[in-house]
Design a protein around this ligand. Structure first.
Ligand SMILES: CC(C)(COP(=O)(O)OP(=O)(O)OC[C@H]1O[C@@H](n2cnc3c(N)ncnc32)[C@H](O)[C@@H]1OP(=O)(O)O)[C@@H](O)C(=O)NCCC(=O)NCCS
Length: 148
């Protein structure tokens, strides 16, 4: 995909964003986008963005920029990442990670974190492939850290 970009949520892209899997009630390794958007509404440090290929919504990523958080793993990094089924395996997830890393650099961070479910069919291999190293565990999840 050559024309990937991030955009803020708006009235035009909201409908497509909330249709990205998983659906509400579906068992999955990531929350439904509608739930993440609700969390962003009540979390001033949240940074939700849709991922567009041209004008088509192909994913959703939410970072959290909270440098004073008492838990180091929550100070800055990826909170949620959902790629549309038809767009998986085409570099959308990697693009999102690089975009969050670039925003982190602009904000003066030197690393970002992400937490993932360590289940064998979870996103661990993806995160290791895009540069995260396992640096700990928190609430039963693996903490990954990547220099930016
Ligand atoms: C995990 C997820 C975000 C990956 O997004 P994606 O757009 O399919 O990933 P990309 O195409 O950018 O892949 C980047 C690299 O990771 C690798 N990769 C992606 N998924 C992988 C998997 N399940 N196992 C092994 N490698 C994987 C790709 O082969 C690629 O490697 P390459 O660049 O060396 O060729 C996506 O599958 C998804 O939304 N999954 C469901 C929700 C989820 O688990 N989100 C993360 C929760 S925090």
């Amino acid at each position: 995909m050559s024309s990937l970009r991030l955009a803020e949520l708006d009235a035009d892209n909201l409908g497509a964003a909330v249709r990205i899997p998983p659906a509400v009630g579906e068992k999955a390794f990531v929350a439904p986008v509608v739930y993440s958007i609700a969390e962003a509404y009540v979390t001033p440090t949240a940074w939700p963005r849709v991922i567009l290929d041209g004008d088509t919504v192909v994913g959703f990523v939410m970072a959290n920029w909270d440098p004073e958080n008492e838990i180091a793993a929550f100070r800055g990094g990826i909170w949620r990442l959902n790629v549309a089924d038809e767009a998986k395996g085409r570099g959308v997830g990697r693009f999102a990670v690089e975009a969050v890393a670039a925003d982190a650099r602009r904000r003066g961070y030197d690393q970002i974190t992400v937490l993932w479910d360590p289940a064998p069919d979870g996103p661990e291999q993806f995160y290791l492939r895009v540069g995260f190293e396992k640096t700990g565990e928190l609430f039963g999840e693996t903490v990954g850290t990547r220099k930016v």
